[in-house]
Design a protein around this ligand. Structure first.
Ligand code: IMP
Length: 203
């Protein structure tokens, strides 16, 4: 069974709308990198070593246009240290409230797969960037699937979802005001999961 690697049950709830998977609550090393793909690829190799089964790592981040993409790869740290309401107040001080949420899924099962234009196999790039420490794993391919959603940062609304959902509005509705199904239909994760599901079904 595919192991969905995250300590976040909200992510697993969304993933289960697309596939059968088990939660593998493994806290993989999040390397410091501007590229979510490099972070997820490194995590997938580490998680695969740990699980010995096919793994899918889910790394996401909020990128605020007027803050130069902050908090981006540091979204989890910003949520823990500032909290989403202070992040929202920070953005409220800017004129432009537009933002993106991005999700990268990194799949690894120890086997080889051919590169394809979309989803992109950025194995080598991620490796070169991220994998100084585990050179012995450098041959283990990782396949990346990305999804993005555009929206704006607003005062918190809604009780659903998790993380930044209450302050991320898409077409008039915050992601915390959506059901799991509604969020998946438009979200960064839903888009990445749909790409992965298509590829995995053919595999
Ligand atoms: P990570 O992918 O678990 O590192 O998540 C990065 C940060 O983004 C954490 O603060 C999560 O709570 C938050 N986050 C991840 N996915 C979502 C989402 O779908 N909605 C809102 N916040 C999210």
């Amino acid at each position: 069974m595919l192991q969905y690697v995250t300590t976040n049950e909200g992510k697993v709830r969304e993933a289960r709308e697309y596939m059968d998977c088990e939660q593998f609550a493994y806290d993989y090393t999040e390397i410091q990198h501007v590229d979510l793909g490099a972070i997820a690829a490194h995590g997938a190799r580490e998680a695969y070593r740990e699980a010995g089964n096919p793994v899918l790592v889910d790394d996401a981040g909020l990128f605020v246009d007027s803050l130069g993409g902050f908090p981006g790869p540091y979204s989890s740290y910003a949520e823990d240290t500032l909290g989403i309401e202070r992040v929202q107040r920070l953005v409220a001080g800017e004129e432009d409230h537009r933002a993106s949420f991005r999700c990268v899924l990194a799949y690894c099962d120890g086997a080889d797969f051919a590169a394809s234009p979309d989803p992109v196999d950025r194995d080598e790039r991620a490796l070169a960037a991220a994998d100084g420490e585990h050179q012995s794993d450098s041959g283990v391919p990782v396949k990346l699937f990305e999804g993005t959603v555009r929206g704006r940062i607003v005062s918190p609304r809604g009780d659903g979802g998790f993380g930044y959902d209450p302050i991320f509005e898409h077409e008039g509705t915050t992601m915390a005001e959506m059901s799991t199904e509604e969020k998946n239909a438009i979200s960064h994760r839903g888009r990445a999961l749909a790409k992965f599901g298509e590829w995995f079904a053919e595999r």
